[in-house]
Design a protein. Structure first.
Length: 257
């Protein structure tokens, strides 16, 4: 039976939701961190994936590693290689990796990096599972919220999104911990495919604001993947929480806070 789980990126957007779920399930959870932190319901393991320092101790005796950490750049490859090397030296833990839908022929360098990390994991010799998901609601929210003082909202023209709630991805990862390694598992997509401009209008409606939404043409090298719809998984619309529901829940939480 799986008892010990290491989470990299456990302080990130997804990690903050996933780690408490794992603790509630009764797992002995370690979260990799580069700096000392205050005591929590889980244990902290100090280490740096970028250099490999402390990673061997972090992975020692764990049954499952959930790899969520990202530098948002090419250093993700080096970090993943360091994690794999430490995991192989420690034995044969099940390595679970969260990736992104539609990265196989990516233009964006970050997506190319995610694919390279997948390839390293597949060739690692470890038991592995890779789950790909569409963009989180939080990402769309941040794109729009940063423009909250602008007289208009800008969104890329001809681009649709299928955002998914982070809690639903966390639930799937939690389930994968209890399952044997399965290589590529089915993708996860949000419940609806919607144009970016329509998501902007939903954001304004929930916020009770009125202003124009302008579609803008972005260079192919920035947005070509999305114009092709490679970021979508309409046949895997397994999420239940819509973007509007996400916004209203966030609004209610803000009011309570």
């Amino acid at each position: 039976m799986v008892q010990r789980v290491l989470v990299t990126g456990g302080t990130g957007r997804l990690g903050r939701v996933l780690v408490p779920k794992l603790v509630d399930e009764g797992y002995d959870v370690r979260v990799l961190t580069r700096v000392e932190r205050k005591p929590a319901a889980h244990r902290w393991a100090t280490g740096d994936l970028r250099t490999g320092a402390g990673v061997a101790d972090a992975v020692a005796s764990v049954d499952v590693i959930i790899h969520l950490a990202t530098t948002q750049g090419r250093r993700d490859i080096e970090a993943t290689e360091n994690l794999i090397a430490a995991a192989r030296a420690a034995g044969s833990p099940h390595l679970i990796y969260l990736s992104i839908v539609g990265i196989d022929d990516a233009i964006l360098s970050y997506y190319q990096t995610k694919l390279a990390c997948e390839r390293r994991i597949e060739a690692s010799g470890l038991p592995w599972t890779i789950l790909r998901a569409t963009q989180f609601h939080d990402l769309i929210y941040e794109i729009l919220h940063v423009q909250r003082w602008s007289p208009v909202l800008l969104m890329p023209s001809g681009v649709a999104f299928q955002p998914i709630d982070v809690s639903e991805v966390a639930d799937r990862l939690r389930a994968l911990v209890a399952e044997p390694a399965a290589k590529r598992v089915p993708d996860m997509g949000g419940p609806l495919v919607q144009q970016g401009t329509d998501l902007a209008k939903i954001y304004l409606r929930v916020a009770g604001r009125r202003r124009p939404v302008w579609p803008i043409a972005l260079p192919k090298q920035l947005i070509g993947d999305f114009r092709r719809g490679s970021n979508l998984a309409p046949d895997r619309a397994v999420g239940q929480v819509t973007f509007e529901q996400f916004l209203r829940d966030r609004q209610n939480q803000d009011h309570k806070g």
